[in-house]
Design a protein around this ligand. Structure first.
Ligand SMILES: [Zn+2]
Length: 90
């Protein structure tokens, strides 16, 4: 049974069928301009999270995050799952 999962590209507002291998992650269609928009969108979404703000600010902070991650190995996995967005095709 073939299930067609179509999404509306936020870049060009056109419906497209995402690559079956990346359909959970793909949000924009494969046009060059939309790929560019997709990259910017992912980055802005990442920066919108408070924990990522200032992440690149200093090497010291980076190091702290690294230690913290090692002490809390479960957090990132859970957080990632929680933050995953599923898009409805309707
Ligand atoms: Zn597009």
């Amino acid at each position: 049974m073939k299930i067609e999962r179509r999404k509306k590209c936020p870049g060009c507002q056109k419906w497209f069928t995402p690559d079956p291998r990346t359909q959970d992650r793909q949000r924009f269609c494969s046009k060059a301009a939309c790929k560019k928009a997709s990259k910017a969108w992912r980055q802005s979404r990442w920066l919108a999270k408070p924990e990522n703000r200032g992440y690149w600010g200093s090497a010291e902070r980076k190091q702290k995050v690294k230690f913290w991650r090692e002490e809390n190995p479960g957090y990132w996995r859970n957080h990632k799952r929680k933050g995953r967005v599923r898009y409805k095709t309707t």
